[in-house]
Every structure is written in structure tokens, then in C-alpha cells.
Design a protein around this ligand. Structure first.
Ligand code: NIG
Ligand code: FE
Length: 426
């Protein structure tokens, strides 16, 4: 039975009590810590932790991996609750067009963007899609990500959306990190349905959703609710069909325009509303209390704002609004070609003015909740998965987002097993 002992940690961070599933509003600034800590894990789960002054010592050295984390912080691994990690090709050429002045929407209107990615994905084999995405996820694990949500949405046909979801299932089986899948067939209207929106919607609701739910190929359903993509009424149709088949919503709303998607998503009990770069008073009201803190979690994507040069979501106002703010990479070839949660945490601080403690909570406990993993990940709590980041020797947790662009991770552990061995593990 594999066991793990971490001792002498400068601090264990994110030691939230078991009854805390997520943190909202002013509570987001509180990142509980145990200074000079030790932690024990067995069979991939946390079994005990505490301070070195009360360390019970080791009775049985068999199968015990010991890590000396002197001078280092141990924190829950990053959870990334919004990505499009399965794609056929990058889109540097569109990025260069944007550098020359074209907008994301202009490129999309000319047949680029999501439709460009769909043409390439349809032509690529399942094996090639799998190996490309596997390499991306391996890099993400080295950067501290221990759970990821991955969307379909570049297939845009029954057959190719199913192909993407099968690739996601293979990734989940092949890699140690937790993987959740989301059906995003309503990402863009495919060319063959250009004159038949209702036909595409009906294919999603009456064929894809029942089949995907029946084969358990996805846990969530998504829709790009945006001017020139899908309307609020169309998103509602999809959320209703999802609910009927046990797929909760996690939706793209308010990226470029506020068209009422947030209130509709809240009404349909979506698990998360993602993007939120453009917000009106009515949108804040729709998200305001009293609501369960686990209902409809605003999930912010600062790397997308950075890469597209669009406004950052008003994270501080959402926190003042009492919300449970989560962070994600939005890893995709068009608007955020990076799966690095460290960059996201840093941008959340420098650009959205989150405090380091708020950003770490948003990328761990709240991010886990935004993908339905709050029982399993996101905090150092007995019974949760033993999935951690051990930092290099740094003076304070704030050093992580402060040194933007530096890799301050020493060791990454997933389910009690070392996936990136640094000096502490040596
Ligand atoms: O989250 N906005 C819609 N979907 C992605 C971008 C997809 C793409 O450009 O390929 C996003 O930004
Ligand atoms: Fe996205």
C-alpha cells in the first residue's frame, strides 16, 4: 500500500475545514495555513496532517516515500475548470492577423476562428488528437495542474463531437490527473447548418445530448452564448435538454457582449458561468445572494483577456457581490494558447487585483467546486486526494504570483504519487 510523508513544510496552505466546499466574498481572502507542517497520505488520499511539534513520528517505514519540504510551501494542486485542450492545430496565423489589427470577431466572420479549428479537427485521427492533447496535459501537470475540465466544441457534428469526447475519455484513462468532460457542440454554427440553426439545435438536443449522457461521455454541457454565436433562447434549450439527461451547464457568457446569458444560466442552475469580461448591473444582480455558494460559480479567464486584449472580468466587484470566484486557463488555440495556471494566478493578481490568497483559493478550492470536485480536491483536508504542489524555497506564498513567468514549482504530486520530482523529492 503506497504511502507518502511530507515533513518540515514551511507551511501547508489551504487547510480548509472539511465542511468548507468553497469560499465566497470576503472569505476568499482567508487561506488557512499550518506553519511547520507534516502530512501523511495513504492510497492516494490525505490521512492526517499537523504541525511538526506534534508529529507522531513514523511507526512503519515500509512503502513510505518521504519528502523533506524544508523552506517550501505545500499547497493543493491547481484545478483548471475550463479548457479546450483537445484541438488539432494551433492558430498562430490568426494571432499575427490580430497583431496587424484584425479583431477576433472579424477573423471568425471570415471563416477563421472556431470554424478553422473545426475543419482541422474533423480531418485528424482520434490517435493524433489524443497524442497532441496528452502532451499538453503532461506539460500542465508539470506546472501543477491536478484536475482539468476539457470541452468538445471543435467537432460541430454528431460524429466529430463524439470523436472529441472519446479522446477526452482516453486522456482520463491514460493520465493520473482528474478529467471532467463537457459537451460544447454549441460552440459555433457549422457551415453545413448555416441556413438551418433550428436543425443544428435539434441535433444537439435530441441526438447528441441523449447519446453523450447515455454513454457517460460528458458530465456537463456548454454553449457559447454570444452575439453571432448562440442566443439566450438557444442556450436555454440546450440547458433544458442537458438537465433532462443529467448534464449540468457550464457556459460561455458575457465574453464580448452582455445579452442576458447569466440570468438564464442561473435560472437553469448551471454549475458555472465563464468569461464575464462584460458585465452589467443586471448581471451582477443575477449572481447576487441569496444563492447557494456552490450554485453557478463565476469562472474567470484572465489569460484570454491578456491574449485577446479585451477587458478583464471585474473580479473585485464579483467578490464584493459575495460570489465564489474561480479561475481557469481557457486553454485553446484561438483566445488563450496556454495551459499554465501559474500565469493565470499571477494575471488574476496583477490585472484583476485579487490578493494572492484570493487567487490561490480561486485556483484551488473554488476551481475544484466549479468542476464538481469539491469533495475530492482543492484543499488540504483529510479524505481528499493527495494532490499537491511543493514550491521551491520562497519567502512567502505571495512570491508565486509575484514572480510572474518564473517556474517556482519544485515537486508535483498527484494521488500520492510524484509526477514531477524536484529537489525536495530527491
Ligand atoms: O473560451 N469563446 C469561445 N470559445 C473559446 C475560444 C475558442 C477558439 O477561439 O477556438 C474561448 O475563448
Ligand atoms: Fe472557453
Amino acid at each position: 500500500m503506497p504511502r507518502l510523508l511530507i515533513k518540515n513544510a514551511k507551511a501547508l496552505l489551504g487547510t480548509h475545514p472539511p465542511e468548507v466546499a468553497c469560499v465566497s466574498g470576503t472569505a476568499m481572502a482567508m487561506l488557512p495555513a499550518i506553519e511547520e507542517g507534516w502530512l501523511h497520505a495513504e492510497n492516494g488520499r490525505i490521512t492526517a496532517f499537523g504541525t511538526m511539534s506534534a508529529w507522531p513520528g513514523v511507526q512503519d517505514w515500509n512503502d513510505l516515500t518521504v519528502i523533506d519540504a524544508s523552506g517550501r510551501y505545500v499547497l493543493p494542486g491547481w484545478c483548471d475548470p475550463h479548457t479546450h485542450t483537445v484541438f488539432a492545430a494551433t492558430r498562430e496565423e490568426e494571432w499575427v492577423m490580430r497583431l496587424k489589427g484584425a479583431t477576433y470577431q472579424e477573423i471568425a466572420a471570415a471563416g477563421g476562428g472556431i470554424l478553422n479549428s473545426a475543419r482541422k479537427l474533423r480531418a485528424m485521427s482520434e490517435d493524433d488528437l489524443f497524442s497532441g492533447a496528452k502532451a499538453r496535459l503532461e506539460e500542465m501537470m508539470r506546472l501543477g495542474t491536478v484536475a482539468v475540465e476539457i470541452k468538445s466544441g471543435y467537432g460541430l457534428s454528431l460524429e466529430s463531437e463524439l470523436k472529441m469526447l472519446r479522446v477526452i475519455r482516453r486522456l482520463k484513462e491514460a493520465l493520473p490527473l482528474q478529467v471532467k468532460a463537457t459537451l460544447l457542440a454549441a460552440h459555433a454554427l457549422p457551415e453545413e447548418f448555416a441556413n438551418d440553426r433550428a436543425g443544428y439545435l435539434s441535433m444537439i438536443c435530441n441526438e447528441l445530448i441523449p447519446q453523450v449522457a447515455g454513454e457517460e461521455l460528458a458530465q456537463f454541457v456548454d454553449c457559447f452564448c454570444e452575439t453571432n454565436y448562440f442566443t439566450v433562447a438557444e442556450m436555454e434549450q440546450i440547458l433544458e435538454a442537458g438537465t433532462k439527461h443529467g448534464l449540468r451547464g457550464k457556459v460561455h457568457v458575457n465574453q464580448f457582449n452582455s445579452i442576458g446569458g447569466i440570468a438564464a444560466a442561473v435560472k437553469h442552475n448551471a454549475l458555472s458561468v465563464d468569461h464575464l469580461e462584460v458585465m452589467t448591473d443586471a448581471d451582477f444582480s443575477a449572481l447576487a445572494a441569496p444563492r447557494s455558494p456552490l450554485a453557478t460559480i463565476p469562472t474567470l479567464l484572465p489569460a484570454c483577456s491578456h491574449f485577446l486584449g479585451i477587458p478583464y472580468a471585474p473580479a473585485r466587484k464579483l467578490i464584493e457581490n459575495g460570489n465564489t470566484v474561480a479561475l481557469a486557463t481557457d486553454f485553446n488555440p484561438g483566445s488563450s494558447p496556454s495551459g499554465n495556471m501559474n500565469t493565470v494566478v499571477s494575471l488574476a493578481c496583477t490585472q484583476m487585483k485579487l490578493l494572492p490568497e484570493e487567487a490561490i483559493n480561486a485556483a484551488t478550492i473554488n476551481a475544484a467546486a466549479a468542476m464538481g470536485l469539491e469533495q475530492d480536491l482543492g484543499s488540504i483536508t483529510v479524505g481528499k486526494r493527495a494532490s499537491f504542489i511543493i514550491t521551491r524555497e520562497i519567502p512567502s506564498p505571495a512570491a508565486l504570483p509575484y514572480h510572474f513567468g518564473s517556474d517556482l514549482i519544485d515537486t508535483v504530486i498527484i494521488d500520492g504519487a510524484i509526477v514531477r520530482a524536484g529537489e525536495a523529492a530527491g
